[in-house]
Write a protein that binds this ligand. Structure first.
Ligand code: HAM
Length: 434
């Protein structure tokens, strides 16, 4: 079929999220916002596109995310731009640009764009919930940040999530480790995957992150960064692990956890949902990036954060059968068989009073409107016929649990609907905080 005639669809590797699934997204974001707000994080909104050089400098070029997967383009003014492949660099760029007082703690919800090979749990546009905290290297902040993510998984009801941690050291102690790793990899060169066999010298840490069986096997016995940490990095890591232990956050050391972006220093961590049987089971990850602000032109400023992939998180919830908040339903559905003006006015009156109200359109029959009312899941039908109009009343019918019917003066409609809806709504719909 000629391209022009082919039906238009969402691009490969992207998904439309429509309701009721989008209600779940809203609830997820709202819960995350409440949780991080309680810990002092404010919402940061930054542009979806930035100068491409931001990501090259911040994330590095010798990784897939920037080196191979970035959506780049020249804008009409000839500037070289990129859609954000991740959320950290833009937030740190905003920090450097506006130099707010530290510690500066931000949270975000954002799409991220990576030209990857789509598969279950891997998309070209995915969405992340994240935090970034800048201005201190205090190990307790690392613990706080990890605890925020761990607590969030827990709140959603996820029980099969493991937490791996590692330390990447710093600019002082890492070179000795990289040299030892390079020597080791050189001796195992022929056992590495095709991609890394000839090209690991530029960034040997990437081999540790390679998921191909050959590299996994060859690096099982590789030197470990944790054995090369200088005393400051070692005691920082010890305090992080001690803090996680003190808060009852189970975790294990994963010496090969270097993560797929090049800005990390010291603490790195990753959460895996073991209920997902796909290769893509990382539901969140992050770490410290004490050199990042400087790399993009700011003063030396330590920082740490994480990103949680929303799509994968929801897949993990599905796999564990948790976090299925009730879809939002209206309090009232106005059924008007007098021509529609009453539905127009009453629906508006209910909405102004803060209630959720729906109605039918196009002068449909009583039967068809009642059917629509039922389908909407509304708690109460507000029915108006010629008798009600003449008497200045409305008829209220409970639509669930064999609801009763009563005719009440129009002026008490809001009060009665409020009371009936509160009685009928399940506690979960009414109080999503539990
Ligand atoms: P990341 O590990 O690249 O880290 O991504 C964070 C999370 O986003 C992953 O754990 C995963 O849940 C989700 N994710 C990543 N790529 C995809 C994809 N193609 N499809 C679906 N989900 C995906 C970062 O982006 C860092 N900025 C995190 C961070 C914040 N580090 C410090 N601060």
């Amino acid at each position: 079929m000629a391209e022009e005639q082919a039906p238009l669809r969402a691009p490969v590797g992207t998904k439309d999220v429509l309701w009721p699934e989008s209600d779940r997204w809203m609830e997820l974001v709202a819960r995350f916002a409440r949780r991080v707000r309680r810990a002092g994080y404010g919402l940061a909104l930054t542009p979806l596109f930035e100068e491409a050089r931001l990501f090259r400098r911040a994330v590095g070029e010798h990784n897939d995310v920037v080196g191979k997967e970035m959506y780049e383009f020249d804008d009409r003014g000839g500037r070289h731009m990129a859609l954000r492949p991740e959320g950290t660099a833009p937030v740190v760029r905003a920090f450097v640009q506006h130099h707010p007082p530290v510690p500066w703690k931000a949270w975000y919800v954002t799409p991220a764009f990576r030209y990857e090979r789509p598969q279950a749990g891997r998309y070209r546009q995915h969405h992340q919930l994240g935090v970034e905290a800048l201005g201190t290297d205090d190990a307790d902040l690392d613990v706080e940040v990890v605890a925020l993510a761990a607590g969030f998984y827990d709140e959603l009801g996820l029980r099969q999530v493991t937490l791996a941690v590692n330390s990447m050291g710093c600019a002082e102690c890492r070179p000795a480790y990289v040299a030892a790793l390079t020597e080791y990899l050189t001796s195992r060169r022929h056992d590495l995957c095709d991609e890394h066999k000839d090209r690991f010298e530029r960034n040997p840490l990437r081999v540790l992150d390679c998921k191909r069986p050959a590299c996994r096997q060859a690096t099982a016995e590789a030197p470990r960064m944790v054995d090369f940490l200088d005393p400051q990095c070692a005691s920082h890591f010890e305090r992080v692990r001690g803090g996680l232990g003190a808060l009852g956050i189970e975790h294990h050391l994963e010496p090969r956890l270097v993560r797929g972006l090049d800005y990390y220093t010291r603490t790195t961590f990753e959460f895996a949902a073991t209920a997902l049987d796909t290769a893509q089971n990382a539901v969140g990850g992050g770490g410290r990036y004490n050199g990042l602000a400087e790399a993009i032109g700011g003063g030396p400023t330590p920082g740490i954060g994480f990103g949680i992939g929303i799509e994968r998180l929801l897949l993990a919830c599905d796999a564990e059968g948790c976090f299925s908040p009730a879809a939002s339903v209206p309090d009232a559905f106005v059924v008007d068989v007098t021509g529609g003006e009453m539905a127009r006015d009453l629906a508006e009156e209910l909405r102004r009073a803060g209630l959720a109200a729906e109605r039918a359109y196009d002068g449909r029959s009583l039967k068809s409107q009642l059917k629509a009312a039922d389908r909407s899941g509304a708690a109460v039908a507000v029915i108006v016929g010629p008798d009600e109009v003449a008497a200045g009343t409305v008829t209220l019918r409970g639509l669930r649990h064999q609801g009763a019917q009563e005719q009440v003066p129009r002026r008490v409609m809001v009060e009665r609907v409020t009371a009936m809806a509160a009685e009928i709504h399940t506690p979960e719909t009414h109080n999503p905080e539990r």
